[in-house]
Design a binder for this molecule. Structure first.
Ligand code: BT5
Length: 224
């Protein structure tokens, strides 16, 4: 069992704060578990699969947390971030943060030896067209994120999966999954024990998921 979050209430996060970096992921790489890097601005913020993460200076929470590796790290990070952001925020598989169906934040996990660098970007004062912003205080959110990450990285696989299901905006929806061999469309039925998504009976371990309306058109927030 993971310890209750209150067990950490006496600790506070002690991040490395930087004005400008290429990517907080680059600075955090190789630092020991427990290290946290925060920047006001990234000149080369990264998404997954070589994509870019954009945020004007001072407009977002841009942080990398060095964590011990664990199974389901990606879902654990998503659950932690959703909990830190508050009750309105939901998860799109595997771990996009959505507010009102629109992308509020993203998570990029890069493994290095026995640690992984959990990069989290959350829009606070600015969002690109079609995306959402939270308007929360950056340092308050950082502290909550750190506590939630510590909690969920020690939680059992069952607890992570149960919490992910509870926060999921993907399960039960019609989705399209872009796969290298073509697109798959169906209902996102379940999340498997290994964290893969079951769509129309097919197990999806990686791929881009697009939430659809019942008529098959992209859901609001997915038009971009
Ligand atoms: C992600 O990638 O969602 C992971 C983003 C992780 C960013 C953090 S910031 C701190 C740390 N340091 C880094 O360098 N990275 C991490 P992905 O699912 O690939 O989404 C990328 C796509 O989201 C882009 O191709 C854009 O379409 C869109 N996008 C870019 N900036 C965005 C923003 N601020 N808000 C919403 N969507 C955005």
């Amino acid at each position: 069992m993971a310890p209750p979050i209150d067990a950490y209430h006496t600790c506070t996060v002690d991040p490395i704060r930087l004005a400008e970096v290429t990517s907080t992921q680059d600075v955090a790489r190789g630092l020991p578990a427990g290290s946290v890097v925060v920047a006001d601005h990234q000149t080369a913020g990264r998404g997954r699969l070589g994509r870019r993460w954009e945020a004007p200076p001072g407009s977002a929470l841009l942080a990398s947390f060095v964590q011990p590796r664990r199974p389901l790290a990606s879902l654990a990070a998503g659950v932690a971030a959703a909990h830190a952001c508050g009750g309105e925020v939901r998860l799109k598989w595997p771990n996009d943060l959505l507010l009102g169906g629109r992308k509020l934040g993203g998570i990029l996990i890069e493994a290095h030896g026995d640690t992984c660098v959990v990069g989290i970007g959350i829009n606070l004062l600015w969002a690109p067209p079609g995306a959402a912003a939270l308007g929360a205080d950056r340092d308050v959110l950082l502290e909550r994120l750190w506590k939630e990450l510590r909690h969920w990285f020690e939680a059992s696989a069952e607890a992570v999966l149960a919490a992910w299901r509870e926060r999921s905006d993907t399960l039960g929806r019609r989705v399209r999954v872009e796969l290298p061999g073509g697109a798959l469309e169906g209902i996102a039925e379940a999340i498997a024990m290994d964290g893969s998504l079951i769509v129309g009976g097919t197990k999806v371990t990686a791929g881009e998921v697009i939430h659809l309306r019942a008529d098959g058109s992209p859901a609001p927030g997915e038009e971009g």
